[in-house]
Design a protein around this ligand. Structure first.
Ligand code: GTB
Length: 218
């Protein structure tokens, strides 16, 4: 059965891979599962029909037969569980890869999201100038720790996994801030993720929503 995901009809980044449907597209590309996309406007996301799929009125969602999911982490986990290629077969290695998925979302992405809030939603507040450096330092702390753990390995725990997919995508959002470049091993880690053919196909498909150019194979 071909799943259907939802994505922004008009993403603020104009399809540069930052919206969270990108992780779902990437996971589907990694496992070779074709998918369909339903584009939704910001107003349609808040309508009852979409809220029936996503209680918080957001993207992405995932529909496959009777199953409807929301939350990019849960969707990627579902894809990784049902297809080979994103989670190791060995039980312990699998548990560790899942741990990295949670770490990406709860421990690394959380301070990164704070930076977006501090810049774009609170940038005009009188205390913003004092808060921003604190937020950036909390991110630096996590990046330092993550880079220490990664060491000179290509991926976080052996072969590329759903844990790396979630981590690379969470880190991608830091690129414009320059913070990622302060940690060359993490910048290289993200670049390795972006170089994967599945990432490139997913990126091209998301970008095509804006350019109208249908991505070609390869
Ligand atoms: N925890 C949820 C998940 O992981 O699925 C978060 C989902 C979420 O934040 N969705 C956002 C959304 O629907 C899109 S991804 N927002 C609309 C709304 O809340 O009304 C966040 C996002 C949006 C835009 C950019 N960008 O343009 O750079 C990057 C990331």
């Amino acid at each position: 059965m071909i799943p259907t995901i939802t994505a922004f009809e008009n993403s603020p980044d104009r399809g540069q891979g930052l919206a969270r449907d990108m992780r779902v597209r990437w996971a589907l590309e990694e496992v070779g599962q074709p998918y369909e996309v339903r584009l939704v406007s910001f107003s349609a996301m808040k309508e009852p029909a979409h809220r029936a799929l996503h209680p918080f009125g957001q993207i992405p969602t995932y529909e496959e037969g009777d199953l409807a999911l929301f939350e990019s982490g849960a969707i990627v986990f579902h894809i990784a569980e049902r297809h080979a290629g994103l989670l190791p077969k060995d039980t312990n290695a699998r548990a560790r890869a899942i741990t990295w998925m949670f770490a990406a979302l709860n421990t690394v992405e959380a301070p990164i999201l704070d930076l977006q809030t501090a810049k774009f939603l609170e940038g005009d507040k009188p205390w913003s100038g004092e808060r921003l450096p604190l937020v950036k330092d909390r991110i630096r702390k996590r990046l330092g720790e993550l880079s220490h753990r990664l060491g000179d390995a290509d991926w976080l725990d052996g072969a590329f996994s759903a844990g790396d997919l979630m981590m690379v995508h969470a880190l991608l959002r830091l690129k414009p801030s320059g913070l990622l470049d302060e940690y060359p091993s993490l910048a290289a880690y993200v670049a390795r993720g972006e170089a994967r053919p599945a990432f490139k196909r997913a990126f091209a498909a998301q970008l095509a929503v804006f350019t109208g150019k249908v991505p070609t194979a390869g």
